[in-house]
Design a protein around this ligand. Structure first.
Ligand SMILES: O=c1ccn([C@@H]2O[C@H](COP(=O)(O)OP(=O)(O)O[C@H]3O[C@H](CO)[C@@H](O)[C@H](O)[C@H]3O)[C@@H](O)[C@H]2O)c(=O)[nH]1
Length: 380
């Protein structure tokens, strides 16, 4: 556990799936948390559950990453020690249809954040990146020094561009910046209590939520995109990681920033184990005692055959390792789904605090804050 008591972490995208679970870990490690979210792909009820589970509250502002004035106001109002930046749009298909919205929200949103940090002399940042930056891997398991940038979709390209931008920033001012990019593999599962989990308000395409919807009877069958890959059983292989392991990886990253001035460094967060689509389905069926009817279809365009992490560096330098098994991922996800069929939709909202002294002043200071909210969701 962290020794960084009384330090404040500013979390962007804190109501999202990974952000909210990470806040639980941060509060339990003794950090104070200030968070923003524009709630375009999440509900603030997640933060109420965070409070319920930890007995601690967070400071929450409903705020968009494109609202540079509001972002700055957060830094002006709070003494921030570290930033963890989750807020981003994350749907691969959508990113191909609306590339400018993705570049704007993800890249410009990050520029706004880093500029506000710079202005207020906050230099410690953990960035939520993705294994998608590796593109189609040349070698497996994937180490952090594997080439990046050969990305197959716009969402992934935004993550790659942000990584490069942060690297350039640290090169330009190496004594100042201390930045870690965490490359997540495939986050799944939910808080073991059954009180928190993934609750996207937009359509999703990820495997585990689909499996679960079939198991619960909301859909007839699971479409498997290709069973003729060169893998253990012909289906695609991924490195599924429990969201609580991912969350503890962020606490470890803050400890790492404290222990050494890194300038800029990347770490994989995965389990190191490749699991096929069929293996995940079978594990889910066994744990939940359900049947998931399958429909084998052609390969999905842009899909990668196999992807799993080499976790040596994160184990060694972050002193972090995963604790949850594939069975835990399935049972925790199932508990969340069955106990909360509507996610947080029925919960009272977590009341956002007011960022500005008066609404009139807010509108004058920050016209973007009162215009139609742009789409910053919470993702990886
Ligand atoms: O209905 C489905 C959904 C998925 N799959 C397969 O399941 C595997 C995993 O798919 P998915 O859950 O969509 O994850 P990825 O394709 O690995 O991409 C996700 O995981 C990446 C790593 O975190 C992120 O970068 C992406 O944004 C995110 O969509 C793949 O082999 C898919 O072909 C199916 O067979 N049927």
């Amino acid at each position: 556990m962290s020794a960084s008591k009384d330090k404040t972490v500013f979390v962007t995208g804190g109501a999202g799936f990974i952000g909210s679970h990470c806040i639980v870990e941060l509060l339990e490690a003794g950090y104070k948390v200030v968070t923003i979210d524009n709630l375009t792909n999440s509900r603030s009820g997640a933060l109420k559950r965070v409070e319920e589970l930890t007995g601690k509250s967070v400071t929450f502002y409903q705020c968009d990453m494109l609202d540079a004035v509001a972002l700055e106001a957060v830094f002006a109002k709070h003494h921030i020690d570290y930033v963890i930046h989750f807020a981003a749009m994350k749907a691969v298909g959508e990113s191909m249809l609306f590339p400018l919205i993705y570049y704007k929200n993800n890249v410009i949103g990050t520029i706004n954040l880093v500029e506000a940090m710079k202005k207020h002399n906050v230099t410690q940042l953990v960035f939520s990146s993705s294994c998608t930056v590796y593109g189609d891997p040349a070698t497996l398991p994937i180490t952090e020094d594997h080439p990046t940038g050969n990305v197959t979709n716009v969402y992934g390209r935004t993550k790659y561009l942000i990584e490069e931008m942060l690297k350039d920033l640290s090169r330009a001012d190496p004594d100042k910046w201390n930045i870690i990019s965490l490359r997540y593999f495939n986050p799944v599962g939910a808080h073991p209590s059954g009180r928190m989990g993934e609750d996207p308000t937009k359509p999703f395409t990820n495997l585990m939520p689909y499996i679960s919807q079939v198991a619960i009877g909301k859909r007839d069958k699971l479409t498997i995109f290709g069973d003729d890959y060169d893998t253990v059983d012909g289906t695609g292989v991924r490195d599924y990681i429990h969201v609580m392991d991912l969350a503890s990886g962020h606490v470890a990253a803050l400890d790492r920033l404290d222990s050494e001035h890194l300038r800029y460094k990347t770490y994989n967060l995965g389990t190191g184990c490749g699991v096929s689509v069929l293996q995940l389905v079978r594990a889910f069926e066994a744990v939940t005692k359900t049947q998931v009817p399958l429909d084998i279809q052609p390969r999905r365009e842009g899909d990668i055959v196999s992807m799993y992490a080499n976790t040596d560096l994160s184990k060694r330098e972050l002193k972090w390792q995963t604790k949850y098994t594939l069975e835990n991922m399935c049972e925790d996800f199932w508990r969340w789904q069955t106990q909360n069929p509507n996610g947080y939709a029925d919960d009272a909202p977590y009341e956002p605090e007011t960022l500005y002294a008066s609404p009139v002043k807010a509108a004058a200071a920050s016209p973007a804050a009162v215009s139609v909210s742009t789409n910053v969701a919470n993702g990886h």
